[in-house]
Design a protein around this ligand. Structure first.
Ligand code: 5AD
Ligand code: FES
Length: 349
């Protein structure tokens, strides 16, 4: 479906519950038509919470010194991957802060071992690593790469992402490189960042389409008191600031599905953290088709604290498995098998 920027803005500002029901209904129908009823599960392994970057919103930022840091061992990562297989998951997502203690060869060997020993698709989410490293990991067998561009507005982006070096590629340039290397590419944004206007958020959604992303993850911005952005207030005039509410996240998920019908769209952990009872389910009923259950060993979970009150901090991987599978069954959706790669074209009419 094509939308003008003004139409997107109007939907983002819509408050009428009958109109919004229509939006959820349209998004759910398009989701069913293009990606079907199955919800694909991606086992999330939070490999390391070390990070060299200073993103002003993120609880893993380098300057945060009251956070205990950890890096999983190779054996632990491999064991988590096997556990994901035993739970029936088709993909593992290896995620970390931008951690140069994760050496290219170390991760490369892990990728090779997972690909040789299991049928899993491997998704990486390792931040802005060098082109050589990204190319190597693809050759090692990684299938997909997640790198959110966070906001399409260059000024807002610059204000929340101090660069590491002067001559770095932008995240959007990096995404294009990743696609060139043969990865499926995923990106996304946070919703409700201070100074994010409706105009900017509409541009974000249009950029999803322009990049023809294979995967699109969106979630609420959740202030973390141990980060500088938590004390920043919007400078936007009344009525222009996007709120970081659950409802706004649903609007963005639904519009993203309508604008990018073939994309794999997760109902995210950040959304579930805003509404633990029904956030995931509502996301799945309003355009999403993916969930990323956590398979990180229990002893590390509390330290991957990007934002406060994150769900599943005290759970074990098996708890999340049963929880998620039960939730999916309760909304009458199937559980996907296999890697659940990007679909091309309509699958059901
Ligand atoms: N609130 C919500 N999401 C956040 N992320 C980082 N910090 C926060 C926060 N405070 C998201 C970013 C990042 C992803 C891994 O987590 O979008 O890309
Ligand atoms: Fe982890 Fe529900 S998904 S407990």
């Amino acid at each position: 479906m094509s939308f003008t920027k003004q139409e997107i803005i109007d939907w983002l500002k819509e408050e009428d519950s009958n109109q919004l029901e229509q939006l959820w209904h349209m998004a759910d129908a398009v989701r069913k038509q293009y990606v079907g009823d199955d919800v694909h599960l991606r086992g999330l392994i939070e490999v390391s919470n070390y990070c060299v970057r200073q993103c002003t919103y993120c609880g893993l930022r380098f300057d945060r010194n009251n956070l205990q840091r950890y890096r999983m061992t190779r054996e632990e990562v491999i064991e988590c991957a096997h556990e994901a297989v035993s739970f029936g998951y088709g993909t593992v997502v290896l995620q970390a802060g931008e951690d140069y203690g994760i050496k290219a060869d170390w991760l490369g060997e892990i990728i090779r071992e997972i690909k040789a020993a299991t049928p899993l698709a491997v998704t990486l989410s390792m931040g802005e690593r060098s082109l050589d490293e990204l190319r190597q990991w693809r050759q090692d067998g990684a299938d997909r790469y997640l790198l959110r561009f966070e906001t399409s507005d260059p000024e807002l982006y610059a204000s929340i992402h101090p660069p590491l070096t002067k001559d770095h590629l932008s995240r959007i340039e990096l995404l294009l490189k990743l696609r060139e290397f043969g990865y499926e590419i995923g990106s996304g944004v946070m919703i409700g960042l201070p100074d994010q206007s409706y105009d900017i958020l509409a541009n974000d959604i249009l950029l999803f389409r322009q990049l023809d992303l294979d995967m699109i993850g969106v979630g609420p911005y959740i202030p973390n008191d141990d980060t500088p952005l938590a004390s920043v207030e919007t400078a936007l005039p009344q009525g222009q600031q996007v709120p970081n509410t659950e409802l706004m996240v649903y609007k963005v998920i639904a519009l993203t599905r309508l604008v990018c019908p073939e994309a794999n769209i997760p109902s995210t952990t950040a959304l579930a953290s805003l509404n633990k009872a029904a956030g995931r389910e509502n996301g799945l009923n309003r355009g999403a088709n993916i969930v990323m259950p956590n398979v990180t060993p229990q002893k590390y979970r509390e330290f991957y604290e990007i934002y406060p009150a994150k769900v599943c901090i005290n759970e074990a991987a098996a708890d999340c498995r049963y929880c998620i599978q039960g939730r999916i069954r309760n909304i009458d959706r199937g559980i996907g098998s296999g890697p659940g790669s990007r679909q091309n074209g309509v699958i059901a009419t």
